[in-house]
Ligand binder design. Structure first.
Ligand SMILES: [Zn+2]
Length: 295
């Protein structure tokens, strides 16, 4: 009978371990366990396997949680990438394409002390830069006219009148600047360099900004190595590293390897605009990599 009792008790043990056995069954099982080393052993084995199953469940939950986190990070990364692409596309279709001078593109009128430039309907916009003329009393004005992919294909064009001296300042000369490396063309007033033409050169400032970013990046990288044993500063510097890195990546996205520009201010703002989503993309990417590495 003893063996049969053991069989019965062992059959009931799973229910007993889960606390599902009735009170009388539990009392019977406990009474038997007090006397039977074999069934006590079976109970221990059962308890161990239950603990192991729960551990497995916990590990599985952890993995699922990690996958969920990875998925939402991937979605965020896709959002950041889409924003970057949108800004770049917008920058591309609105990029000024400076028009070389041709007859009828711009005409200058002088009316009641105002110098007025009339640009024809081939253009999307114009830019004006005013300088003090060499005599210190007059102004000299650089006028550029541009179009863009967007304006050529979609926007409605119209001719426009621009007052070059809204305050009635005296204007000595107006130059048409093609921003293409060709000599600027005098379209009103006096030639500034009677001996030779004048050429407007592209600006180099974006190249300097890129170099400054690279230097800041290197300094932070050295600091990051220096503080590698201190968790908090190391993490802070690690995040700060992404700022100059974002700027450099954005420069490459907007300008490629080109650092000279006739539209440096516009390019700089575009680079800054792209830098923000690039920065977040880098943060997300580092989180994705960290979660993947972490066990
Ligand atoms: Zn037994």
């Amino acid at each position: 009978m003893a063996i049969n009792n053991c069989e019965m008790v062992c059959d009931l043990l799973p229910i007993y371990v889960e606390g599902m056995a009735s009170k009388s069954s539990s009392e019977y099982i406990e009474g038997h366990l007090n006397e039977c080393a074999f069934c006590r052993g079976e109970l221990e084995k059962l308890k161990e396997s239950v603990i192991k199953a729960e551990d497995d469940k916990l590990a599985l939950k952890k993995i699922q949680k990690r996958i969920r986190k990875q998925k939402s990070l991937a979605v965020l990364l896709a959002v950041a990438a889409s924003i970057i692409v949108l800004i770049l596309a917008f920058g591309y279709v609105t990029a000024p394409q400076y028009l070389p001078f041709e007859e009828g593109l711009v005409s200058i009128d002088y009316n009641n002390g105002l110098v007025i430039a009339e640009v024809n309907d081939k253009t999307a916009g114009y830019s004006i830069e005013t300088f003090i003329y060499s005599d210190g009393k007059h102004n000299s004005v650089d006028l550029s006219v541009y179009t863009s992919i967007l304006s050529k294909s979609i926007l409605k064009k119209r001719s426009e009148s621009v007052v070059l001296n809204p305050g009635g300042e005296k204007v000595a000369s107006v130059y048409y600047v093609g921003n293409d490396g060709n000599p600027d063309r005098l379209i009103y007033g006096l030639e500034q360099n009677p001996s030779g033409g004048r050429i407007s050169l592209p600006r180099l400032v974006l190249g300097y900004y890129f170099i400054i970013s690279a230097l800041i990046f290197i300094i932070l990288l050295v600091a990051r190595i220096f503080y590698r044993k201190q968790e908090k500063p190391a993490r802070l510097i690690g995040t700060a590293l992404f700022i100059p890195l974002s700027y450099m990546i954005s420069h490459l996205l907007v300008k490629g390897f080109n650092t000279i520009s006739f539209t440096a201010t516009r390019d700089f703002f575009l680079i800054m605009l792209v830098s923000a989503p690039v920065f977040f993309a880098l943060l997300i990417l580092s989180k994705i990599i960290n979660t993947a590495i972490k066990k």
